[in-house]
Design a binder for this molecule. Structure first.
Ligand code: XMP
Length: 513
């Protein structure tokens, strides 16, 4: 498929997706795999290098995730260990690791010497550290070319064997020259030459859909977001007329006026065969009394599948098309990393589902969001659809804390619409990755008119990001926040207080649940 690839072995670190992002941004194809994945599935002629990620374990600990030194010796391509990955290499090749007397977290000054990873890098540069353990003695044949005030071996290399390690995280943006260092590894040390572009994969994706589906029939889940739109347009192009039916499920957790807008856009702009199912009563009934965020997600995920099954039976389909993208799979625990959130379209298939595992069609499962957008543009999907803000599959359920009721959801929809309207009027919408209101479930005392009120609090969330993996709160002008607050309190019943959320990700997430 690609003539060159980098494999990233996942040891459970929280920034592992970012490593893959950076490598793809350089135009080099890469995949993240759980560290224990059988090497025969990824060791092939296209392999150019391997990156061992960070992770929370300590190398000497019982049960610490490890790979065999024999595997590394057999690879015949360069290996870069990052944080835990470096400590693991050090351990496997006979060095020593110790618990650092001073742990390093966050921005740290790194002193470098000229070496393979530091070509073109300043001799003092800011990097992002996040570690308790550190290398205390290098294995034979290794040399170090970088240190910090508290870490004597912040990098090492055994150039003869093609082994490299860094204690810091070059993939995190706070490592100011981290991308150059990763590029030095991927392009310099591993010698990757190819320029990978997601949109060049369209033909391969079309072929993949045709091979998987054959003459079968497919129902395609449509949410109105870019991922499912691109997946459906791809499948529509790949398959013969009548093979694909797109299903838009209104789960009652959509934003104000969203169902109408989505249906109109799909019919008029994309010419897809689309069925609109109003299942809002069923979803709200199934979610009655449920407050736990993961249970909400699971219930919604399962009910979605049931509704798709019903529609599939009507058309005789037994394939399900989904817009699952790479981060959905990784965040749902596909790699070695912890499950952050169960994305509703990953692994949510009930055991007795009509759709068998190999009948799930996910043409975008290896792409990041910006790659999906590039594919969408290349397919001629209108710009405003391609750049629509992401909206989570579970919809307002993960923006309404506590039990869901129609009243709360209706109020939330009004607050949300007011915030989006004010951002649009201020000309800010395009710069924002996602913006929305959240029903916090908290009630506070206020005075409205001449009386006491004891009603709901709404949080406003607006974030800027490139990829949803790291985000900052958007710097919305005070006047816009003030106007939004005043409109919400005046126009929406049951709200007497409004907050603006300043939390970045990490440590927060974009959604509240
Ligand atoms: P978090 O809240 O994890 O969100 O920072 C990252 C991005 O993913 C979206 N999101 C989801 N999308 N199904 C989806 O299709 C889900 O279950 C889901 N949960 C979060 C979120 O809106 C943000 O863009």
């Amino acid at each position: 498929m690609y003539s060159e690839k980098i494999i990233i072995l996942d040891f459970g670190g929280q920034y592992n997706q970012l490593i893959a992002r950076r490598v793809r941004e350089m135009g080099v194809y890469c995949e993240i795999l759980p560290y224990a994945t059988d090497a025969s599935t990824w060791k092939d002629a296209s392999l150019r290098g391997v990156i061992l990620t960070g992770g929370p374990a300590s190398v000497y600990e019982d049960g610490a995730p490890r790979i065999d030194r024999a595997l590394i010796d057999s690879l015949k391509v360069p290996v870069l260990g990052i944080c835990y990955g470096m400590q693991l290499l050090n351990y496997l090749y006979g060095g020593e690791v110790e618990s650092a007397n001073v742990s390093e977290y966050g921005d740290t000054l790194l002193y470098t010497e000229d070496s393979a990873l530091f070509h073109g890098v300043q001799r003092a540069t800011h990097v992002f550290m996040n570690h308790n353990d550190r290398v205390s003695r290098l294995p034979e044949g290794f040399a170090s070319h970088a240190h910090t005030d508290n870490c004597p071996y912040a990098e090492f290399a055994d150039e003869a064997r093609g082994l490299y390690g860094v204690q810091f995280h070059p993939e995190v943006k706070h490592s100011v020259e981290g991308t150059t260092m990763l590029e030095n590894f991927v392009r310099g040390v591993c010698g990757c030459r190819e320029v990978y572009k997601a949109e060049d994969q369209i033909e391969t994706m079309l072929r993949g859909i045709r091979e998987q589906v054959g003459g079968g029939r497919v129902v395609g889940g449509i949410s109105g977001g870019v991922d499912s739109s691109v997946a459906c347009v791809l499948a529509n192009r790949a398959l013969k007329p009548g093979q694909l039916t797109c299903v838009f499920v209104d789960h009652g957790l959509l934003r104000k006026d969203e169902a109408r807008q989505v249906i109109e856009t799909y019919k008029h702009n994309l010419g897809l065969d689309i069925i609109h199912v109003d299942a809002s009563e069923r979803f709200l009934e199934a979610l009655k009394g449920v407050t736990d965020p993961e249970r909400k997600r699971k219930i919604i995920g399962e009910l979605f599948v049931r509704v798709f099954e019903e529609e599939a039976r009507k058309t005789g389909a037994d394939f399900l098309l989904q817009g699952t993208i790479y981060p959905d799979r990784i965040e749902s625990g596909m790699g070695g990393s912890a499950t952050i959130k169960s994305h509703h379209n990953v692994g949510g298939l009930p055991k007795d589902s009509l759709f068998k595992k190999d009948h799930i069609v996910e043409p975008l499962a290896n792409l990041f969001k910006d790659e999906v957008r590039a594919v969408g543009e290349a397919l001629g999907i209108p710009h405003r659809m391609v750049w629509r803000q992401p909206f989570p599959g579970p919809g307002l359920a993960v923006r309404c804390i506590g039990e869901l009721t129609r009243e709360k959801l209706d109020s939330l929809r009004e607050c949300d619409a007011i915030f989006l309207d004010e951002l649009e009027k201020a000309g800010l919408s395009e710069q924002i990755w996602q913006s929305f209101a959240v029903w916090t479930g908290v009630r506070t005392v206020g005075c409205m008119g001449d009386g006491r009120s004891y009603t709901g609090c709404v949080a406003l969330r607006a974030v800027v990001s490139d990829d949803a993996m790291t985000v900052e709160a958007a710097e919305i002008p005070y006047a816009v926040l003030k106007k939004t607050t005043s409109r919400i309190i005046n126009e929406v019943r049951g709200v007497n207080r409004v907050f603006y959320d300043l939390t970045s990700k990490p440590p927060g997430t974009i959604e509240f649940e």
